[in-house]
Design a protein around this ligand. Structure first.
Ligand SMILES: Nc1ncnc2c1ncn2[C@@H]1O[C@H](COP(=O)(O)OP(=O)(O)O)[C@@H](O)[C@H]1O
Ligand SMILES: [Mg+2]
Length: 186
Protein backbone atom coordinates (compact mmCIF):
# COMPACT_ATOMS: atom_id res chain seq x y z
CA UNK A 1 0.00 0.00 0.00
CA UNK A 2 1.39 3.41 -0.88
CA UNK A 3 1.63 6.15 1.75
CA UNK A 4 -1.13 8.06 -0.01
CA UNK A 5 -3.43 5.05 0.01
CA UNK A 6 -2.68 4.39 3.66
CA UNK A 7 -3.51 7.98 4.46
CA UNK A 8 -6.79 7.73 2.57
CA UNK A 9 -7.64 4.57 4.52
CA UNK A 10 -6.95 6.27 7.84
CA UNK A 11 -9.11 9.24 6.91
CA UNK A 12 -11.90 6.97 5.75
CA UNK A 13 -11.72 5.29 9.14
CA UNK A 14 -11.88 8.63 10.89
CA UNK A 15 -14.86 9.73 8.83
CA UNK A 16 -16.57 6.44 9.66
CA UNK A 17 -15.70 6.95 13.31
CA UNK A 18 -17.03 10.48 13.42
CA UNK A 19 -20.30 9.14 12.09
CA UNK A 20 -20.56 6.86 15.11
CA UNK A 21 -22.14 9.84 16.81
CA UNK A 22 -25.65 8.64 16.09
CA UNK A 23 -27.52 10.93 13.72
CA UNK A 24 -30.40 12.72 15.39
CA UNK A 25 -33.09 11.83 12.90
CA UNK A 26 -36.51 13.41 12.68
CA UNK A 27 -39.20 13.95 10.07
CA UNK A 28 -38.13 16.94 8.02
CA UNK A 29 -39.10 18.98 4.98
CA UNK A 30 -36.08 18.88 2.64
CA UNK A 31 -37.27 21.85 0.55
CA UNK A 32 -37.36 23.94 3.72
CA UNK A 33 -33.88 22.78 4.74
CA UNK A 34 -32.56 23.57 1.26
CA UNK A 35 -34.19 27.00 1.35
CA UNK A 36 -32.55 27.69 4.73
CA UNK A 37 -29.18 26.66 3.29
CA UNK A 38 -29.66 29.03 0.34
CA UNK A 39 -30.48 31.87 2.77
CA UNK A 40 -27.31 31.10 4.70
CA UNK A 41 -24.99 31.24 1.68
CA UNK A 42 -26.61 33.63 -0.82
CA UNK A 43 -25.20 36.77 0.80
CA UNK A 44 -21.66 35.51 0.38
CA UNK A 45 -19.75 37.38 -2.32
CA UNK A 46 -19.31 34.25 -4.43
CA UNK A 47 -23.12 34.08 -4.91
CA UNK A 48 -23.71 37.73 -5.87
CA UNK A 49 -23.73 37.11 -9.62
CA UNK A 50 -25.35 33.73 -9.48
CA UNK A 51 -28.97 33.39 -10.43
CA UNK A 52 -30.64 30.80 -8.26
CA UNK A 53 -33.68 29.15 -9.79
CA UNK A 54 -35.86 27.11 -7.49
CA UNK A 55 -38.09 24.27 -8.59
CA UNK A 56 -39.38 23.13 -5.23
CA UNK A 57 -42.38 20.83 -5.41
CA UNK A 58 -45.04 21.62 -2.82
CA UNK A 59 -46.50 19.19 -0.32
CA UNK A 60 -43.63 16.78 -0.56
CA UNK A 61 -43.57 13.97 1.97
CA UNK A 62 -41.37 14.47 5.02
CA UNK A 63 -38.13 12.54 5.20
CA UNK A 64 -36.62 11.05 8.34
CA UNK A 65 -33.16 12.62 8.42
CA UNK A 66 -30.68 14.37 10.64
CA UNK A 67 -31.41 17.96 9.52
CA UNK A 68 -28.05 19.41 10.53
CA UNK A 69 -26.13 16.67 8.73
CA UNK A 70 -28.21 17.06 5.57
CA UNK A 71 -27.77 20.82 5.84
CA UNK A 72 -24.01 20.23 5.81
CA UNK A 73 -24.39 18.22 2.58
CA UNK A 74 -26.56 20.87 0.89
CA UNK A 75 -24.27 23.76 1.88
CA UNK A 76 -21.30 21.92 0.45
CA UNK A 77 -23.18 21.30 -2.81
CA UNK A 78 -24.17 24.99 -3.05
CA UNK A 79 -20.67 26.30 -2.37
CA UNK A 80 -19.06 23.80 -4.74
CA UNK A 81 -21.48 24.93 -7.47
CA UNK A 82 -20.77 28.63 -6.87
CA UNK A 83 -17.04 28.02 -6.90
CA UNK A 84 -17.27 25.97 -10.10
CA UNK A 85 -19.06 28.92 -11.75
CA UNK A 86 -16.38 31.27 -10.49
CA UNK A 87 -19.09 33.43 -8.99
CA UNK A 88 -21.34 33.92 -11.99
CA UNK A 89 -23.83 31.68 -13.70
CA UNK A 90 -27.08 29.89 -13.08
CA UNK A 91 -27.82 27.44 -10.30
CA UNK A 92 -30.97 25.37 -10.60
CA UNK A 93 -32.24 23.74 -7.46
CA UNK A 94 -35.00 21.18 -7.60
CA UNK A 95 -36.74 18.97 -5.09
CA UNK A 96 -39.12 16.22 -6.13
CA UNK A 97 -40.54 12.93 -4.94
CA UNK A 98 -39.95 9.71 -6.83
CA UNK A 99 -43.21 8.04 -5.83
CA UNK A 100 -42.28 4.76 -7.53
CA UNK A 101 -39.15 4.13 -5.51
CA UNK A 102 -40.15 6.33 -2.58
CA UNK A 103 -37.09 8.52 -2.76
CA UNK A 104 -36.79 12.26 -2.35
CA UNK A 105 -34.54 13.81 -4.97
CA UNK A 106 -32.65 17.03 -4.46
CA UNK A 107 -30.91 18.37 -7.55
CA UNK A 108 -28.15 20.98 -7.88
CA UNK A 109 -27.47 21.93 -11.50
CA UNK A 110 -24.78 24.52 -12.20
CA UNK A 111 -23.33 26.13 -15.31
CA UNK A 112 -19.78 25.86 -14.03
CA UNK A 113 -16.54 24.51 -15.47
CA UNK A 114 -17.57 20.89 -15.14
CA UNK A 115 -15.57 17.85 -14.06
CA UNK A 116 -13.16 15.98 -16.31
CA UNK A 117 -13.58 12.23 -16.72
CA UNK A 118 -10.27 11.70 -15.01
CA UNK A 119 -11.25 13.73 -11.94
CA UNK A 120 -14.73 12.25 -11.80
CA UNK A 121 -13.37 9.05 -10.27
CA UNK A 122 -11.74 10.96 -7.45
CA UNK A 123 -14.12 13.71 -6.38
CA UNK A 124 -15.48 11.69 -3.44
CA UNK A 125 -11.98 10.80 -2.17
CA UNK A 126 -10.97 12.50 1.07
CA UNK A 127 -8.60 15.41 0.37
CA UNK A 128 -9.14 15.36 -3.38
CA UNK A 129 -9.42 18.97 -4.48
CA UNK A 130 -8.70 20.90 -7.67
CA UNK A 131 -8.79 24.16 -5.74
CA UNK A 132 -5.74 26.23 -4.90
CA UNK A 133 -3.97 25.66 -1.62
CA UNK A 134 -5.98 27.28 1.13
CA UNK A 135 -9.21 27.23 -0.88
CA UNK A 136 -10.37 23.66 -0.70
CA UNK A 137 -9.95 20.91 1.86
CA UNK A 138 -11.22 18.21 -0.43
CA UNK A 139 -13.34 16.88 2.43
CA UNK A 140 -16.75 18.26 1.44
CA UNK A 141 -17.83 15.50 -0.90
CA UNK A 142 -16.17 12.74 1.14
CA UNK A 143 -18.13 13.81 4.23
CA UNK A 144 -21.31 14.37 2.19
CA UNK A 145 -20.98 10.87 0.75
CA UNK A 146 -20.63 9.43 4.26
CA UNK A 147 -23.64 11.32 5.58
CA UNK A 148 -25.89 10.39 2.66
CA UNK A 149 -24.78 6.75 2.84
CA UNK A 150 -25.64 6.72 6.54
CA UNK A 151 -29.13 7.86 5.50
CA UNK A 152 -29.33 4.96 3.00
CA UNK A 153 -29.30 7.46 0.18
CA UNK A 154 -27.12 8.06 -2.86
CA UNK A 155 -25.33 10.93 -4.57
CA UNK A 156 -25.07 10.86 -8.34
CA UNK A 157 -23.24 13.28 -10.59
CA UNK A 158 -23.29 14.14 -14.27
CA UNK A 159 -20.98 16.65 -15.83
CA UNK A 160 -19.81 18.11 -19.09
CA UNK A 161 -16.55 20.05 -19.13
CA UNK A 162 -17.20 23.71 -19.95
CA UNK A 163 -20.98 23.32 -19.61
CA UNK A 164 -21.78 22.41 -16.06
CA UNK A 165 -22.45 19.81 -13.44
CA UNK A 166 -25.53 18.28 -11.87
CA UNK A 167 -25.47 16.56 -8.50
CA UNK A 168 -28.53 14.61 -7.35
CA UNK A 169 -28.93 13.57 -3.72
CA UNK A 170 -31.50 10.82 -3.20
CA UNK A 171 -32.91 10.12 0.24
CA UNK A 172 -35.33 7.30 1.01
CA UNK A 173 -38.75 8.27 2.31
CA UNK A 174 -39.54 5.83 5.04
CA UNK A 175 -42.43 5.55 7.43
CA UNK A 176 -40.74 2.81 9.45
CA UNK A 177 -41.38 2.82 13.20
CA UNK A 178 -37.65 2.85 13.80
CA UNK A 179 -37.22 6.15 12.02
CA UNK A 180 -40.12 7.73 13.84
CA UNK A 181 -38.82 6.37 17.15
CA UNK A 182 -35.45 7.99 16.52
CA UNK A 183 -37.16 11.24 15.66
CA UNK A 184 -38.93 11.47 19.04
CA UNK A 185 -35.89 12.31 21.09
CA UNK A 186 -34.78 15.06 18.72
N1 LIG B 1 -20.28 21.53 -8.85
C1 LIG B 1 -19.03 21.20 -9.17
N2 LIG B 1 -18.53 21.52 -10.39
C2 LIG B 1 -17.26 21.18 -10.74
N3 LIG B 1 -16.42 20.49 -9.94
C3 LIG B 1 -16.87 20.14 -8.72
C4 LIG B 1 -18.18 20.46 -8.28
N4 LIG B 1 -18.33 19.95 -7.03
C5 LIG B 1 -17.16 19.35 -6.72
N5 LIG B 1 -16.28 19.47 -7.71
C6 LIG B 1 -14.89 18.93 -7.76
O1 LIG B 1 -14.73 18.01 -6.70
C7 LIG B 1 -13.63 18.41 -5.87
C8 LIG B 1 -13.88 17.95 -4.45
O2 LIG B 1 -14.97 18.65 -3.87
P1 LIG B 1 -15.05 18.76 -2.29
O3 LIG B 1 -14.91 17.40 -1.71
O4 LIG B 1 -16.25 19.53 -1.91
O5 LIG B 1 -13.72 19.54 -1.89
P2 LIG B 1 -13.33 21.09 -2.11
O6 LIG B 1 -14.58 21.86 -2.41
O7 LIG B 1 -12.72 21.48 -0.80
O8 LIG B 1 -12.34 21.10 -3.24
C9 LIG B 1 -13.51 19.90 -6.08
O9 LIG B 1 -12.21 20.39 -5.79
C10 LIG B 1 -13.86 20.03 -7.56
O10 LIG B 1 -12.76 19.70 -8.36
MG1 LIG C 1 -16.42 21.58 -1.29
Amino acid sequence: MTQANRCTEIIRGLLDFSRQTKPQKRSSDVSLILQECVSLVENQAVFHNIQIIRHFKENLPLVVIDPSQIQQVFINMLINAAEAMDGSGELKLATRFDSMDKFMEIEFADTGHGISEENMERIFDPFFTTKEVGHGTGLGLAISYGIVKEHNGTISVQSEVGKGTTFVVRLPVTTEEKGIEAGKQA
